[in-house]
Design a protein around this ligand. Structure first.
Ligand code: ZN
Length: 242
C-alpha cells in the first residue's frame, strides 16, 4: 500500500496545489497529514479545505492549535505570533471548528502519525539529541512513526541491535527488523535550504520511504503575503527555504 504523507502546509496554497498534483501521479491509495495546516501563509481557509478533501487522516499541529486558541501564543516567536493572530482573524468558523477537534495522534496498524513527537505529543517538543530520539523510539509501538514540526526532512532509524542512525537520502530503503521515525519535511515552509515543497511517499511493500521535492511559484505566495501584511521575514525565508 502506497501512502502520501504531507505536513506543515502553513496556509501556502501554491505549494499545497503542486504537491497534490504530484501525489496524483504517484499511485497512492491514501494521503495523510501531520498538522500545521495553517499559520505563516496567506490562504488558511483554502488549505484547510484541501486537506479535508484530500486526506484520510489528519492530526493537529501547534499552529493549528494556536490559531483556534488552544495553545498559548507566548511559545511563538514575534513573527510567528503575528501570523497566528492574522490567521485567527481570517479563519472561517467551520474550519476553526475542524482544527479544534483534530486528535494529537493517529495509530493505524504499524504506523503512528503525530505532529511533533510520539513522546508527550501535546508538549510540541523538538528532537535535539540522541537521548530524545531514544525516548521517542520507545514512545511508539509499531515499526513506523511519521512526524513534521521542524520542517527538516529526514529518517531516523533504529537497527535490530538498537543502534540509532539517520538517513537523508531521497530514497530510504525499509529493512527487516528496523524501525523508522520519519520527518517528512514541510509543504509550505521548507527549512533545509531547498525552497521546493517537501513530502514523503511510504510504501511498506516497495519497500521504501521516498522524500519528494516539488517546486512551486514561490513569488506568487510572497506577493499574496505582502498584500495581506504578513511579516517580511516570513515572506523572505520562502525564497531560500530557511
Ligand atoms: Zn510547522
Amino acid at each position: 500500500m502506497r501512502t502520501a504523507v504531507i505536513s506543515d502546509i502553513h496556509s501556502n496554497l501554491e505549494a499545497m496545489g503542486r504537491v497534490l498534483e504530484d501525489i496524483r501521479h504517484q499511485r497512492v491509495e491514501e494521503t495523510v497529514c501531520l498538522g500545521d495546516l495553517v499559520g505563516y501563509g496567506p490562504n488558511p481557509n483554502e488549505c484547510v479545505e484541501m486537506v479535508r478533501k484530500a486526506c484520510s487522516h489528519v492530526v493537529a499541529g501547534n499552529h493549528d492549535h494556536a490559531a483556534v486558541g488552544l495553545t498559548a501564543l507566548e511559545t511563538f516567536n514575534p513573527q510567528a505570533r503575528l501570523a497566528v493572530e492574522w490567521t485567527r482573524s481570517h479563519l472561517l468558523p467551520e474550519h476553526r471548528d475542524y482544527l479544534k477537534h483534530l486528535h494529537f495522534t493517529r495509530h493505524r496498524k504499524e504506523i503512528t502519525l503525530v505532529h511533533a513527537t510520539p513522546h508527550e505529543p501535546k508538549q510540541w517538543h523538538y528532537l535535539f539529541d540522541w537521548r530524545d530520539l531514544l525516548v521517542n523510539f520507545r514512545a511508539f509501538h509499531g515499526r513506523y512513526c511519521f512526524i513534521g514540526h521542524t520542517h527538516l526532512p529526514l529518517a531516523f532509524i533504529q537497527g535490530p541491535d538498537d543502534r540509532l542512525y539517520f538517513n537523508r537520502n531521497a530514497v530510504v530503503p525499509i529493512e527487516e527488523g528496523h524501525r523508522y521515525l520519519v520527518n517528512v519535511g514541510s509543504v509550505g515552509q521548507p527549512r533545509d535550504g531547498n525552497p521546493a515543497a517537501s513530502y514523503a511517499i511510504f510504501d511498506a511493500s516497495g519497500p521504501a520511504i521516498e522524500f519528494r521535492r516539488v517546486p512551486y511559484p514561490v513569488r506568487l505566495t510572497q506577493e499574496k503575503m505582502k498584500k495581506a501584511g504578513l511579516p517580511e521575514y516570513l515572506i523572505q525565508r520562502l525564497s531560500v527555504g530557511r
